[in-house]
Design a protein. Sequence first.
Length: 305
Amino acid sequence: MATIAATAAPAEVKRAGVVARRRRRYYWFVVPALVVVGAVIVFPWLFTVWMSAFDWKIGSAAHFVGLDNYTGLVSNRRFLEAVGRTFYFTALAVAAPLVLGTVAALIFHRQFPWRGVLRGAFIMPMMATPVAVALVWTMMFHPQQGVLNYLLSLVGLPPSQWVYSPTLVIPSLVMVEVWHWTPLVMLIVLGGMAALPTEPYESARLDGASEWQLFRYITLPLVAPFLFVAGVIRTIDALKTFDTIYVITSGGPGTASETINLYLYLQAFAFYNIGNASAVVVIFFTIVLALALVLLHLRERTRWT
């Protein structure tokens, strides 16, 4: 027994040495990643928070003002209206693709001729860049030469002002988002439907269930987790939408389509008010982070049945 213990002890020491060397090597792989994350994410964020405490315009000296930039935004009517438009735009740009994407997934889940070709054509808008999409829709929205008003005239409807109307500009911009990102929702839901079991459907059909009942009581509950994931992705993406709105309207007419991102851009690059723009960034980041955490919390707490 003593001989066995004597031979086992050096083996344990050797294994401990190997583990220690592997840990040291492990840090050499982790440290570069931490440095990159700190340089790209942590430092810019801390620097933005620091700038938000100053009254700083490009070309002039910075003056420490503490929380004055934040209190000024709370009483700034233009900023508050931009926040309201952002949530209004986000709500429409999330709800519509979720509904239409689910309908499209139900259609393409069935077997019919040319399904693969039509499905490939349906997802093509998602592959285009937002700026290219915005330029195409800008021409389509033109009151005199746009194809949308021409289509309205074919069915006897009067022309619309689309993005040139203060009341229609947000719904018109949502149309662009729906056309661009409904295929993404369709792909997510379609992937979930492809993994659904067939036994519940067979049992329900034997009991005489209709197509609506199959969708309402079987398909929808089973694909709800996938819809939730699509909703989280679309919510965060819609909140951050900038390029489409900027190219089509630049926040107009007037400020009717000015969201938080447009307001931030103008403060930073049109008025050169870096301190105020930094405060907007901090508030906007807090809004996005809080909403993402709430959605993820709901995702974890929900019992999918």
